[in-house]
Ligand binder design. Sequence first.
Ligand code: PEP
Ligand code: MG
Length: 587
Amino acid sequence: MENCGKTEIVVQGIAASRGIAYGQVFVYLQSELEIPRYTVEPAKRLGEIARFEQALVATRQQIAKIQQQVKANLSEEEALIFDAHQMVLEDQALIGETIRDFESTGNNIEYCFNAVAQRYIAAFAEIDDEYLRERAADIKDVTHRVLHVLLGQTALNLGELIEKRVIVARDISPSDTAGINRSAALGLVTDNGSRTSHAVIVARSMKIPAVVGVRDLTSRVQDGDWLMVDGYEGAVIINPSQATLFRYGRIQQEKKTFESRLLSAIDQPAETLDGVRVTLRANIEKPEEVAAVKQYRGEGVGLYRTEFLFLHSATLPTEEQQYAAYRSIVEGLAPATVTIRTLDIGGDKPLPGHPQLIGPEANPFLGFRAIRVCLEHPELFKTQLRAILRASAHGKVDLMYPMISGAEEIDRANALLAEAKAELTARGLPFDSALRTGTMIEIPSAALTADVLAEKCDFFSIGTNDLIQYLLAIDRGNNRIAHLYDPTHPAVLRVLRQVVLAAQARRVKVSVCGEMAGDPVYAPLLLGLGVDELSMTPALLPAVKYLVRNTKFSDARKLAEAALAETDPRKTYALVEAFYRERVQEE
Ligand code: PEP
Ligand code: MG
């Protein structure tokens, strides 16, 4: 496994998910399909139809294989979506029309199939019926697969990656990451992206070492090159030398020792040296993460990003499917609280299979996103609310609204919640009538009216990922400006303090669930600012707990006061980092 005399090249990106990975590269590039058009000679026309039929059979086998994998890796429900895909392959109208088109024009079969499929997709997408509209997404997906087979190209799917590889991609979507085969993905490196892009958040929860924002790495490496990924410092080393391999071997050993030191306090309470109890909860994206929450002793879930149930599904999950997913989490963690956030799609979490919900937008982060989508699609929203309410009958659930920009949205969401409750009562289904509702504070207008919003909810959860993005006008997914994304900017600290004061005056608890909460360097600052609870990726819980247990709350307050008095973000960061280093010697 040496670099065979090739020159070692070190490139710097942004450290996005802790850990070190070493292995051969798999370059993941999704390209647009180009469909050729040519005339098939009359003598070869029967053969062309046979080629089409074989492609349909091969696609059917492909889908069955993926369905098996999804069943094994995710769940039975998620595998069900592929039944709809199989039905498309059996659709006599679609197939018959393709053959008729071929017989009348003599154009090659992929050209005819694509033309007919596109007509179907467009027609279904127009229909004013949610179920039928969703069929457009199924046809699109299946068409893509059949065309790949006909053109002799392999459709890329990270779930099918079997050999252990370091994935290198230009960009990666949250649904790409969610579909990754964990046992094969050694590490992840992307040209674009930043620490708080959702795909990276998923990589972190899957404990895949990752570096993002490496600019042009995809054009500098090819399949089979050897790569070292340093998810602690953000370095990526192409064809590492023996000396580098040795150095990283040692670093990995040291990190292991350090992590086992962190784990040694895992069963102790999250309490500061002067006896202040802090609540540490977990952020999850999937029901399967319940095990990690338990493993790292999360006191329940502070943020369940329900949109991941929708992201890689060709059909919108039904009330029953959602109820089953939510219930399994709630029961799995009972009696601890599970904070279920309603659908936060849009921004960097588009729903590619459902263009009827969110179409292309010039500014997705300032566009049709989260609660805005839900309030305009009350049936979609109420389906989710009913599923959450039903899950609340099985344990302790808190409900949380994302991307609230003002009080009126809370009123409208609560009115729909009241309707969802009435509908369940009419159906005779139980739910927790004392269910608490919370608001995410992640838009500056919400932060600045926190006193008003606090009158309308039971708790706040500050989403620093978006809050910082909107306060500083820094796209959280753009690596070119990632260095400007600064949690220690005085504007951020002042706003955080203001939200906490507004909440405390009304006895509303404040949690932070953005990535800042899971960074042990920032945790004492947040506590010093008066935050009651921190919620993070499960694997980060031990490091934050260790820090809480080695910090005096009175010192954290002084740190926050000093940070608030400082106006140079670099000096604030130096203060916060020195505080961290004094308490944690990472040998
Ligand atoms: C946030 O914005 O900080 C947050 C927790 O929500 P998300 O990252 O899902 O947008
Ligand atoms: Mg957010």
